[in-house]
Design a protein around this ligand. Sequence first.
Ligand code: PLP
Length: 398
Amino acid sequence: MKKLSTTLVNMEVSSIRKLTQYAEAAKAAGKKVYHLNIGQPDLPVPREYYEHIRAFDEPTVEYMPSQGIPELLTAMEKYYQDHGFSFKSNHIAVTTGGSEAILLTILAMTDPGDEYIVFEPYYSNYNTCFTMSGGIPVPVTTNVKNGFHVERKALEAKITARTKGIIVTNPGNPTGTVLTPEELRMIADVAKENDLYIISDEVYREIVFDGREITSFGYLEDIHDRLVIIDSVSKRFSACGARIGAAITKNEELFSIIFKCCQGRLAVSTLEQHGAVGLYSTGFRVINEERAEFEKRRDTAYEALLKIPGLACSKPEGAFYMMCKLPVEDATDFLIWMLEEFDDEGETIMAAPGEGFYATDGLGKDEIRIAFIIKCELLKRAIEILGKGLAEYNKAKR
Ligand SMILES: Cc1ncc(COP(=O)(O)O)c(C=O)c1O
């Protein structure tokens, strides 16, 4: 057989799913596995989602317009206006999840060799888009000691003539960091001074804790010509499987290229777009309930983690993740050991290895990402198991 794409053959698998085979084997062996590895909320999807899908009663499920159905574009425009943004429906391209919005945006901007600043640890699925487009991630390392916040000097030090843009995930996955208005202003100024695009992934926009205000590049009108916002219903409405997202930009040239790509893939699912109209019809009701629930889970997880000797983590300010430094040399080895060799009364846990969230070799080896997406009682138990596992692993390795 002819050789397949060298680039894609060599592409790394998502670190989030890397341990799945071990988890499957553990389950087949009768263990209960607490999943702290995947960012999929367990909250019920709002009933309006199904109501809108059920109300669809057309004789044919036709292709819809490539930009998205008008009802959804109007619903999204209302949502942004209610948040105080000035985006209109002609700035929005509906996509198959935020994932497709990221991919089309990076494809639309990139010539092979173009560099993108990322703040590591960062959402590792961006790497798929870099590989597909020929873009190169250039990491600015942030760390647990200052809550993974960003400094101007470190950012400026990584900018070269090849830098095309800065990718910001706010609130952060895997860090749970919410950037301050000052940090956003600083990044915006650096982008303006160096003529860079900003891709702002805001799929966790409203999940901010401790009474924080939502922060967004969307409020900085002076950079709207260089800004693309990535959005999604996945986390906001507990609807990961709906696969509805959006790329939003006022840059007309960039929008037209993203739109060309949208035309090339014809359209997004007709029924799911109707379901998404239902999701947005809930206004801030579901969003507010969700934020309160995740704050409780954040508190439960953080308190329990602090009790584990040798573990370091910073208190997440938003989203539903945290990076934890473990008292082990190789966190991936530890996680595999947890699935293969350890159980506490027939139960164990799975988390995401930290290494995959870094572009710099060697970083994150002793870290894991925990997603606090299960109920408080289950979280408490899962973290108890993590603590017991760490103690036993370190005894066994000594
Ligand atoms: C930061 C970030 N962006 C984008 C996505 C993709 O979301 P979706 O494709 O489900 O909209 C995720 C999913 O976990 C994410 O964490």
